[in-house]
Design a protein around this ligand. Structure first.
Ligand SMILES: NC(=O)c1ccc[n+]([C@@H]2O[C@H](COP(=O)([O-])OP(=O)(O)OC[C@H]3O[C@@H](n4cnc5c(N)ncnc54)[C@H](OP(=O)(O)O)[C@@H]3O)[C@@H](O)[C@H]2O)c1
Length: 284
């Protein structure tokens, strides 16, 4: 399988402007990541109809617009990132066809919307990259997995990688069908981890800890464990084993979490449910 993972910025900047269409939860997380990691705000345009969200985007220094009509007659951007709901994609893409014809590379983050569907809406031969990001992009710690169609040039792919790498790690997959499982693991994944943090914090309160302290312990433990797993040469199973003294406290807890049909099966079921929903969206 051709899967290329990189967390390094290449020295490849867009030749023109960058356009972000939709600046809600995911769009804003990416925008924040780009700007905080050094992409000049004066090279970014944002189209977002919601007044409050548009003002929030304006706070980053990017140029903001309420409607495509404000920009469509201007210079075509080098790259347009589309971050609207999957159900909005057909209508939104139709409005950006002139940019596709002028050579803009489109990057869609919509779950389940296929490369072929996007290319069909923009015009055959349009350059399209599907990307599944996640919201830790807001702090430069996202996981951005991409899949490009044949019209995407090597240069555009490199530019996309440079831009996205300011939001976190970037991987490219060649087989589009993998995007469903990617969505189940890293796209939706932050929600599972946030839920785990909630559950840990609530459990701490039940065991007698003050609420604020319990929340801090849960967050710092997940943060520290992830940072340690990221930097360690040992795999997560070994790191778990290193915490687990024979007949100790961790073993008592893991007997609960790892007993028959517990966390591992539950997580597999959750990831598959997300992947299946992604497949369903691609058939809508
Ligand atoms: N949230 C995540 O963690 C995540 C992760 C990976 C991928 N995604 C994908 O990212 C996309 C956006 O998700 P989200 O959670 O960010 O949704 P969201 O918070 O609802 O953001 C979408 C934004 O797009 C705006 N919009 C609607 N029509 C538009 C138009 N014609 N031009 C420009 N903007 C328009 C919406 O405004 P209104 O609300 O006024 O309609 C909204 O503010 C989805 O396709 C999703 O699958 C999300």
């Amino acid at each position: 399988m051709s899967t290329d993972i990189s967390s390094q910025s290449q020295n490849t900047q867009p030749d023109g402007r960058v356009l972000l269409v939709g600046c809600g939860n995911m769009g804003f997380a990416m925008l924040k990541g780009w700007i905080e990691q050094g992409t000049p705000a004066n090279r970014i345009d944002v189209v977002e109809p919601n007044d409050d969200l548009r003002q929030r985007a304006a706070g980053t220094g990017a140029s903001v617009h309420a409607d495509v009509a404000d920009i469509i007659d201007g210079e075509a951007p080098a790259m347009a990132i589309i971050a609207v709901k999957p159900q909005m994609m057909a209508r939104v893409l139709a409005a950006y066809k002139p940019f596709a014809a002028a050579g803009t590379t489109f990057v869609s983050v919509a779950a389940g919307t296929l490369l072929g569907t996007i290319e069909g809406a923009l015009g055959q031969g349009s350059a399209v990259i599907r990307c599944m990001p996640n919201t830790p992009a807001a702090v430069g710690k996202g996981m951005m997995v991409c899949c490009a169609n044949e019209a995407v040039t090597d240069k555009a792919r490199a530019v996309c990688e440079t831009l996205l790498s300011s939001s976190g790690s970037v991987a490219f997959v060649e087989e589009e069908r993998l995007m469903d499982a990617v969505t189940g693991v890293s796209g939706s994944g932050p929600a599972y981890v946030f839920h785990f943090i909630e559950a840990m914090a609530e459990a701490g309160v039940k065991s007698g800890l003050p609420e604020e302290l319990s929340k801090e312990l849960a967050i710092q433990t997940v943060y520290g464990a992830a940072a340690y797993a990221r930097s360690s040469d040992e795999d997560p199973g070994q790191l778990r084993s290193n915490v687990t003294s024979p007949n100790g406290t961790t073993a008592a807890a893991l007997d609960v979490l790892m007993g028959t049909g517990r966390l591992r099966e539950l997580v597999a079921e959750a990831v598959e449910a997300a992947a299946e929903r992604s497949r369903e969206l691609s058939r809508d």
